[in-house]
Design a binder for this molecule. Structure first.
Ligand code: NAP
Length: 263
């Protein structure tokens, strides 16, 4: 590759949640490559520390870590205390488990809504006032293609993320006047541990193999492959860049064309 596009965010400070592996780590990596100092979070300290060390080595940026469950009040308090003022917020957490619409209890819904709607809302409420006061900010919520086209067995995710999407739609248009943009990135299938786990689960249910499940899924994606965390991160970093200040309240599919819709 030639010289990377200058994103104009060197020296800014980002909080990337759920970022020791997978899509969150891809975002952290791309922001670090753009010269952004990071606070990254995940529950497991070992992988988180290894990811942080690799980012420091590769990009020479400051990387602080907070091992905590971002979906709990206490975990969020720890992360926010370590983060202090940030210019860029990437919200992310694990997705809810698959299942059947008739089996989900009120508690299952509350857990999913806590993790995939109210956690990002709380992080935005905590960090956007500072961004507004300083006149610049970027928020990216990692949601899912299931926001645009439902995935039936992920109904807990469909429901909770729809709520977040509604909150962002209105709020993005209230904060844009202060130089703060909020957008959602909607991943289709990406080659992460989560995708491997979903493939294994589907194989078991269908009496098939993970390889066969993967081949069938790839065949249904116009790009004929899974996405990578690196390209997901690059799109995220662009939306956090100086170039993206007029992109407000959008829901951007990164799915290799899998969602069959004209718009
Ligand atoms: P992943 O590979 O399983 O990675 C998840 C990352 O989040 C890990 O670093 C994990 O570390 C951390 N994490 C999980 N729960 C957390 C919590 N409660 N608090 C703090 N950190 C947490 O998952 P992924 O594929 O990157 O997926 C990220 C998000 O995108 C999920 O919400 C998923 O539903 C959504 N998504 C993914 C795909 C896909 O194909 N990959 C497609 C659509 C949507 P610890 O386990 O150590 O906490």
């Amino acid at each position: 590759m030639g010289d990377a596009m200058d994103l104009g965010i060197r020296g800014k400070r980002a909080l990337v949640c759920a970022a020791s592996r997978g899509l969150g780590a891809g975002c952290a990596q791309a922001l670090a490559a753009a010269g952004v100092d990071l606070v990254i979070n995940a529950r497991g300290a070992d992988t988180l520390d290894a990811t942080a060390a690799a980012l420091r080595d590769a990009h020479g940026v400051n990387v602080a870590t907070v091992a905590a469950d971002i979906t709990t009040l206490d975990g969020r308090a720890q992360v926010l205390a370590a983060a202090g003022q940030v210019d860029i917020l990437i919200t992310n957490a694990g997705g809810p488990p698959p299942g059947l619409w008739s089996d989900w209890s009120r508690d299952d819904f509350i857990r999913a809504i806590d993790a995939n709607m109210l956690t990002p809302v709380a992080l935005m409420q905590a960090l956007m006032p500072g961004m507004i006061a300083r006149g610049w900010g970027r928020v990216i919520n990692i949601t899912s293609q299931s926001v645009k086209a439902p995935i039936a067995e992920l109904g807990l995710s469909n429901s909770a993320r729809a709520g977040l999407t509604g909150f962002v739609a209105g709020t993005a248009r209230q904060v844009a006047q202060h130089g703060v943009t909020i957008n959602n990135l909607l991943p289709g299938i990406h080659a992460t541990d989560r995708a491997t786990a979903l493939d294994a689960g589907a194989a078991e249910r269908q009496g098939s193999t993970p390889d066969a499940v993967r081949a069938a899924r790839m065949a249904a994606i116009p790009a004929r492959r899974y996405g990578t965390a690196a390209e997901f991160g690059a799109a995220c970093a662009f939306l956090c860049s100086q170039h993206a200040g007029f992109i407000v309240g959008q829901n951007i599919l990164l799915d290799g064309g899998a969602t069959n819709a004209t718009m």
